[in-house]
Design a protein around this ligand. Structure first.
Ligand code: NAP
Ligand code: GDD
Length: 342
């Protein structure tokens, strides 16, 4: 029988790639969706007609229990979150509730539906396997470089703090109840489906608008921050590999290469034959109250235990995003309406 997966956050970037990946591997894929008229749900439906949907919200414990009871998944991927870091200062409590407490609610739904009342279960086989979308933002003000599974955390935003709670809770449910629960500590990953507010997509859309004569400038914040940027399609493969492993363990997923935002900007403008210095305007209002200056993964464990490797380089990724956005805008697509997804 086909394995059955339930994905929270299926309308987001990673949810769409993960659903595609699992469908191709023969899974029955269910997505948890909230709200009544979410244009992101129609976008997903257009792209992936085979996905089944169940209503629910990470803020609502009962809805998660009902969803797990109805779907009876073999695997749960908890990707749902408020994921835009600046928003986590503006709505810190909501971020804690969705990105942090949402993990607790999902784990509790699985625990209750699996009939685990207290202490460790005797037999971990046949359990619902749980993946938590943790983040390199937990490293924050980094204690060492590159960062691996043993690097201590020092989160620098309410988002990072909420993710750190979710990470430790996932470990705790594994230790307390013997659940197959893993935390994937993923570094930044991008694609043409990335939300327009994140810097890579803001830059690729900005370059496309300038190239097509629709805009003259692009306003950006801190150009010196360094990130380890990879391709989202590669990272969802790692999620499945973690749940297919013989034992539940946590993994760092990244490329091991780091670039400044300035290098990203240079690469994106040059992919379109443009000189970035003529168009980029530094805007101090876009700086964050506390910045994460440097992220760089040490993905050795994922390589040796899971056989995971990234397949798309930084340069290829940036060029693909720019090309895709030039095509989107030339065809009259509107990224703000989220009407089209490659
Ligand atoms: P994304 O595009 O921002 O998607 C976030 C998803 O969360 C959306 O589907 C959204 O659904 C859902 N969501 C928001 N509030 C919810 C709620 N109350 N209940 C249920 N679902 C809710 O994020 P992404 O880039 O795909 O990232 C996926 C996950 O990985 C997130 O947890 C993110 O924090 C984490 N992560 C991402 C990266 C990265 O570089 N992309 C790196 C490390 C970790 P709606 O359509 O209903 O709003
Ligand atoms: N968004 C944005 N907009 N970022 C800018 C801008 C701008 O105009 N100008 C400079 N930056 C800098 C930010 O200050 C940050 O240092 C860097 O670009 C990356 O910002 P984002 O693309 O917004 O991503 P993030 O690193 O804060 O968070 C993403 O990666 C995390 C994993 O490390 C998100 O996907 C998180 O959900 C994820 O956990």
């Amino acid at each position: 029988m086909a394995r059955r997966a339930l994905i929270t956050g299926i309308t987001g970037q990673d949810g769409s790639y993960l659903a595609e990946h699992l469908l191709a591997a023969g899974y029955e894929v269910w997505g948890l969706v909230r709200g009544q008229a979410n244009p992101r749900v129609s976008r997903l439906r257009r792209l992936l007609g085979d996905v089944r949907l169940v209503r629910g919200d990470l803020l609502d414990q009962g809805s998660l229990i009902s969803a797990v009871e109805r779907v009876r998944p073999d695997e749960v991927y908890n990707l749902g979150a408020i994921s835009f870091v600046p928003m986590s200062w503006e709505q810190a409590e909501l971020t804690a509730e969705v990105t942090g407490m949402g993990v607790l609610r999902m784990l509790e739904a699985i625990r209750v539906c699996s009939g685990v009342s207290s202490s460790r279960t005797a037999d971990p086989s046949g359990q619902i396997r749980f993946y938590q979308a943790s983040s390199s933002e937990m490293f924050g003000q980094v204690r060492e470089t590159p960062q691996n599974e043993r690097t201590p955390f020092h989160p620098r935003s309410p988002y990072g703090v909420a993710k750190t709670y979710g990470h430790f809770l996932t470990q705790n449910y594994r230790e307390s109840y013997g659940m197959f629960a893993v935390s994937g500590i993923l570094f930044n990953h991008e694609s043409p489906r990335r939300g327009a507010e994140f810097v890579t997509r803001k830059v690729s859309l900005g370059v496309a608008r300038i190239k097509l004569g629709l805009a003259g400038e692009l306003r950006l914040g801190n150009l010196e921050a360094r990130r380890d940027w990879g391709y989202a399609g590669d990272y969802v493969r790692a999620m499945r590999l973690m749940l297919a492993a013989g034992a539940p363990e946590d993994y760092v997923i990244g490329t091991g290469r780091t670039h400044t935002v300035r290098e990203l900007v240079e690469a994106a403008f040059s992919a379109a034959g443009l000189d970035w210095e003529r168009h980029v305007v530094r805007d101090p209002s876009l700086h964050r109250p506390a910045e994460v200056d440097l992220l760089c993964a040490d993905p050795k464990k994922a390589r040796s235990h899971l056989g995971w490797e990234p397949s798309v380089s930084f340069e290829e990724l940036v060029a693909q995003m720019v090309e895709s956005d030039i095509r989107l805008l030339s065809d009259g697509g509107d990224p703000d309406q989220e009407s089209s997804w490659p």
